[in-house]
Design a protein around this ligand. Structure first.
Ligand SMILES: [Zn+2]
Length: 273
């Protein structure tokens, strides 16, 4: 008895995704919930075709490596501010990859749409990667970023803050990841500029939302601004501006959504490939 191709692809995709996700959990890049979310997302991506799965794997390795390089130095510089550590949980996995997984599912169910949705999906993941690059390189570099909310210098790691080095890293990463999507065969070469530009739009949307509507919290014990619900000192923090539901994960979801809409509109206005 032979296994029908869609089922064998699903099984193979599941095995590969689970293997990578739980290796990443062992390497402290994913939490248990994050590994389960990545297995689900990885399986649908592999089912959409190996360029979809391949791009997801390269993206994940890139983001994980970036978090790791200079980790101690970055942790010192952002101490007490950022909401979550280096291990990505399910919320973070879906915030960054949810749109990509959704579009991969559409590509599986409606294969004739795959060429269009692959550019939109690539743009969403490129945006998340560009945003991660800006944060990781920006916090690693010496110097203090500039807040778009208070128009003043703030501690590295503060949401909605920008630095020249972080912005350069953002644009370079968008081009680099867009190029990877072309090489892997997820998008045609003609869609590189649209994909990279959409990624930049998404990542800057992230910064603007981070500066304006993102939930801000305050630790009264340390008299410090933070994104942590419970501060590193153990004191529960209180809301201090922004919208309570607009957490860092929600902002990241909007980052990928903005990129996806830009890429979709771009393809409609200037068809490529
Ligand atoms: Zn505190």
């Amino acid at each position: 008895m032979t296994i029908p191709p869609p089922i064998s692809t699903a099984l193979l995709g599941f095995a590969a995704s689970a293997g990578i996700a739980f290796a990443a959990r062992r390497a402290q890049s994913l939490s248990t919930s994050g590994a389960l979310a990545a297995t689900v997302g990885g399986t649908v991506s592999m089912m959409a075709g190996w360029p979809w799965g391949g791009f997801l794997v390269v993206w994940f390795l890139y983001a994980s490596l970036l978090s790791r390089v200079g980790h101690r130095r970055k942790a010192q510089r952002t101490d007490g501010i950022v909401a979550k550590g280096g291990r990505r949980d399910a919320g973070q996995v879906f915030a960054n990859g949810g749109i990509y997984f959704l579009l991969a599912t559409i590509a599986v169910v409606m294969p004739h749409w795959a060429p269009t949705v692959s550019v939109v999906a690539a743009a969403a993941l490129v945006a998340a990667g560009a945003d991660t690059s800006a944060t990781e390189v920006g916090t690693w570099w010496r110097g203090t970023p500039f807040s778009l909310r208070t128009w003043s210098r703030v501690q590295p790691g503060t949401s909605g803050a920008v630095s020249a080095v972080g912005s350069v890293a953002l644009v370079v990463a968008a081009l680099l990841l867009g190029g990877v999507a072309v090489i892997i065969g997820l998008i045609p070469a003609g869609a590189l500029w649209l994909t990279a530009a959409s990624g930049v739009v998404g990542a800057f949307t992230d910064t603007v939302l981070g500066a304006t509507t993102q939930s801000r919290r305050h630790c009264d014990h340390c008299r410090e601004a933070t994104e942590q619900p419970v501060h590193r000192c153990g004191t529960p923090t209180r809301a201090d501006g922004g919208w309570a539901w607009m957490t860092n994960d929600v902002v990241n979801l909007f980052c990928t959504l903005a990129a996806a809409f830009t890429a979709a509109a771009g393809q409609y206005l200037l068809p490529v490939g």
